[in-house]
Design a binder for this molecule. Structure first.
Ligand code: PBG
Length: 328
């Protein structure tokens, strides 16, 4: 036996076949979900300035984009809507002819097998930009918000969506949505809960993309403190108990330890959201020639998988799908 056990590892690193054989983590297009922004306010696709290559889509162009995603082998999309009109209670979020409801019809007609997941949250639909409804003093009302959110979820499913993803972070929303879906005989519809969602600076570019910045205050009363990990486990536990089929940690990269802990502790499917700010930082550095874009993106997504995520929601999905295909 060698006196230097390290050499045994080296032996298996010396050529690509060995490396491939013993690789512990494999990134696959099958695990990716791509977020899509649909806007009622535009007639041609608009690029989001802080997110090169990511567009807000008008309804008219949506079918083509959905088909492109499907052809790349990406199994699912996560839809965000930007309505023309906003009000105090986010009426367009659960309107039958709301932008998301119309978008679901378009997608299901063109690419019925593309898993269509919808973000359930009021912030894009309320005039004040908060994720729930507020009282006259401007405080978000948790229990009252549940009613609006579960109606929103139901209307997405009635329009033909395959799964709902509540991102509002109100307490009890998974249970409220589960009950609403079950009462309307949608017992087969899964819920992917944004369970451990941190109050994060990494959402900056998204708020431009979804036009959902709060008009006053911030989200710290309902989103989590970045300093906490035990609290994340309690949030996960609560959502699992209320019936979440998939739980999520968000953002991903600065929270790999949270992903790893959740993976160790719970046997439920786990998603991680590689958010807008994580995308923009890579794009900006790459545009300056400071980093090798492809290498960095693959390394980031692999690290999220290695930490324990089953599913990765990422703006890089189409790009990665192309790379995975051409590298084979
Ligand atoms: C809320 C929501 C947000 C994101 C997804 N859903 C923003 C927020 O909570 O402020 C952020 C996603 C990203 O940054 O890519 N509807």
């Amino acid at each position: 036996m060698s006196r230097f056990p390290i050499t045994r590892l080296r032996r298996l690193r010396q050529n690509a076949n060995y490396r491939d054989m013993v690789r512990e983590t494999e990134l696959s297009v099958k695990h990716l979900i791509y977020p899509l922004f649909i806007s009622e306010e535009i007639t041609t696709p608009q690029e989001i300035s802080a997110m090169p290559g990511i567009m807000q889509w008008p309804l008219k162009y949506l079918a083509k984009e959905a088909e492109r995603i499907y052809r790349l082998g990406i199994p699912g999309i996560l839809l965000f809507g930007i309505p023309k009109t906003k009000d105090e209670v986010g009426s367009q979020a659960y309107a039958k002819n709301g932008i998301i409801q119309k978008a679901i019809h378009v997608i299901k007609e063109k690419v019925p097998n593309l898993l269509t997941i919808t973000d359930v949250c009021l912030c894009e639909y309320t005039s004040h930009g908060h994720c729930g409804v507020i009282n006259s003093k401007g405080y978000v009302q948790n229990d009252e918000s549940l009613l609006y959110l579960s109606h929103m979820a139901l209307s997405h499913i009635e329009a033909g969506a395959d799964m709902v993803a509540p991102s509002d972070m109100m307490d009890g929303r998974v249970g409220a949505i589960r009950k609403m879906l079950d009462d309307n005989r949608f017992t087969q519809i899964p819920i992917m809960a944004y369970s451990a969602k941190y109050a994060s600076g990494f959402y900056g570019p998204f708020r431009e993309a979804a036009q959902s910045a709060p008009q006053f205050g911030d989200r710290k009363s309902y989103q989590m403190d970045p300093a906490n990990v035990r609290e994340a486990l309690r949030e996960i536990e609560q959502d699992v108990n209320e019936g979440a089929d998939i739980v999520m940690v968000k953002p991903a990269l600065a929270y790999l330890d949270v992903i790893a802990k959740v993976r160790e502790r719970y046997n439920v499917p786990l998603a991680a959201y590689n958010v807008s700010g994580e995308f923009s930082m890579v794009k900006a550095a790459a545009a300056n020639g400071w980093i090798d874009e492809k290498r960095i993106i693959m390394e980031i997504l692999t690290s999220i998988k290695r930490a324990g995520a089953d599913i990765i929601i990422s703006y890089f999905a189409p790009q990665v799908a192309e790379w995975l295909r051409s590298d084979q």
